[in-house]
Design a protein around this ligand. Structure first.
Ligand code: NAD
Ligand code: UGA
Length: 469
């Protein structure tokens, strides 16, 4: 029986390994992590992450050929294939701070693999890493005196949160990069055989190591660039009376452009887009490609501009101040169908409103009060960021209430901001919300989920991203 061990039981490691276990009953899959809490949750009925369809997959496989453990060394020692799916955040200090990827977690995993292994192994980069990371990892792993050989593969993950299980079951592509040596190609074939259990052969792409590493960063940069492009256009629409939803629809009908990822928004969030573009920018700069670096930086600048623009719109519409006013925030997660708040635009918008002394009442169907309070109290690393991204004083945080009901959040509010596109926000009784708000009642739709005309008929003053006022 082939044994797989995955280091890192996070948003990628957990769902990815659960689907491998589901589709490959003949393979034993163990997901290990240094976080005891995380592993305990994976072994309980309350999984550590919310992802539609994940519970069913885990229930079917856990205890059969899927296991979660904190005994990292034992399972690494026993494995034939080791996936490394640890976090690779942006460096906050030292060389490259604010841009380069922090590979501390990856490096410590690699040293541990080198220490405990007693047989040849395939080590798979699942985390998103800078191009050429495999070369550094090879140095750590293969400079051992034990006479064992490690083959390093790059197999970046393209799942999106909220649709992870579907993305894993029917991936657009699986990408495997390996060395062009006989051992390298043998390792590529071994990993390909795992995916071939359910992924059609023409969707498994084989490339060299550096292309695979770079393709992941570039894919995220392209996706984020589309959002920044449509968000830039949304500002122009507001200035001209065009409607960004109509413009995006017409543009997306061109089969060369396509309709996906053209929804204007308050800005993109999530743990990866910004981090991976910064990483790309740093790699470009390190290779002396300042113009290329500046090109990609602009994607992030527009994203910051869009978040600021939203805050400014709220404040300026409400007679140039929100001081002492109650603002209801509907949605805090960085997108619908996840409880993840990493880099969510809601953090920036809330901090901006608190900076103008508003009182905020937040409702999100999947994010806990603890998480929200922690996010708003936390310092965020600063990269060419405007003023409102500074950390907040404890008094500001006291101005934040978290509710478990959208109506309660909006009760007595002067304004409502929709910051996540949860489906349930389309179904709310907006007449009821309006009746219980201060007048004039403002609504700011940062996700274009509501019909502005219907709300105007009720009596709201409506602002929707990129649509006529
Ligand atoms: P995460 O923070 O949710 O999970 C990482 C886990 O690794 C944590 O539980 C941490 O405790 C564990 N860990 C760190 N060092 C360890 C060590 N030495 N030994 C054992 N466990 C260790 O991160 P994530 O969202 O799953 O992302 C992981 C990687 O995948 C990142 O590089 C990210 O860029 C990439 N990625 C993420 C997504 C996504 O949607 N979240 C999608 C594609 C790729
Ligand atoms: C993204 C990519 O889509 C995945 O392919 C990739 O694997 C992953 O990053 C990663 O490397 O971590 P994810 O961040 O989970 O996935 O979610 P997305 O659906 O890409 O959304 C990212 C952000 O963009 C969200 O805040 C979302 O609301 C926003 N968005 C998305 C828009 O504002 N407009 C759109 O049209 C689409």
């Amino acid at each position: 029986m082939v044994k797989i061990c995955c280091i890192g039981a996070g948003y990628v490691g957990g769902p990815t390994m659960a689907v491998i276990a589901l589709k490959c009953p003949s393979i034993e899959v163990v997901v290990v992590d240094i976080s005891v809490n995380r592993i305990n949750s994976w072994n309980s009925d309350q999984l550590p992450i919310y992802e539609p369809g994940l519970d069913d997959v885990v229930k079917e496989c856990r205890g059969r050929n899927l296991f979660f453990s904190t005994d990292v060394e034992k399972h690494v020692y026993e494995a034939d294939i080791i996936f490394v799916s640890v976090n690779t955040p942006t460096k906050t200090r030292g060389l490259g701070a604010g841009k380069a990827a922090d590979l501390t977690y990856w490096e410590s995993a690699a040293w541990m693999i080198a220490d405990v292994s007693k047989s040849d192994k395939i080590v798979v980069e699942k985390s998103t890493v800078p191009v050429k990371t495999a070369e550094a990892i090879e140095k750590i792993l293969n400079h051992n005196s034990k006479g064992i050989h490690f083959s390093i593969l790059s197999n970046p993950e393209f799942l999106a949160e909220g649709t992870a299980i579907q993305d894993l079951l029917k991936p657009d592509r699986v990408l495997i990069g390996g060395r062009e040596t006989p051992e390298g190609q043998k390792a590529v074939q071994a990993l390909k055989e795992v995916y071939a259990h359910w992924v059609p052969e023409d969707r498994i792409i084989i490339s060299n190591l550096w292309s695979a590493e770079l393709a992941k960063l570039v894919a995220n940069a392209f996706l984020a660039q589309r959002i920044s492009s449509v968000n830039a256009v949304s500002a122009l629409c507001e200035a001209t009376g065009a409607d960004v939803t109509e413009v995006a629809y017409s543009v997306g009908k061109d089969s060369r452009i396509g309709p996906k990822f053209l929804n204007a928004s308050v800005g993109f969030g999530g743990s990866c887009f910004q981090k991976d573009i910064l990483n790309l920018v740093y790699i470009c700069e390190s290779n002396g490609l300042a113009e290329v670096a500046n090109y990609w930086k602009q994607v992030i600048k527009i994203n910051d501009y869009q978040k600021n623009r939203f805050v400014n719109r709220v404040v300026s519409s409400m007679f140039n101040t929100v001081s002492g006013k109650k603002i209801a925030v509907l949605g805090f997660a960085f997108k619908k169908d996840t409880g993840d708040t990493r880099e969510t635009p809601a953090i920036d918008v809330c901090k901006g409103l608190l900076g103008d002394n508003a009182t905020i009442s937040i409702y999100d169907p999947r994010v806990t009060e603890d998480q929200i309070q922690r996010d708003l109290a936390m310092n965020k690393f600063d990269w060419d960021h405007p003023i409102h991204l500074q950390s907040l004083s404890p008094t500001s945080v006291k101005k934040v209430r978290v509710t478990w009901d959208a109506y309660e959040a909006a009760n007595g509010a002067h304004g409502v901001c929709i910051l996540t596109e949860w489906d349930e926000f389309k179904q709310l009784d907006y007449q009821r919300i309006y009746d219980n708000m201060q007048k004039p009642a403002f609504i700011f739709d940062g996700r274009n989920v509501i019909d502005p005309e219907k709300l105007r008929e009720i009596g709201f003053i409506v602002y929707s991203i990129g649509r006529p006022l």
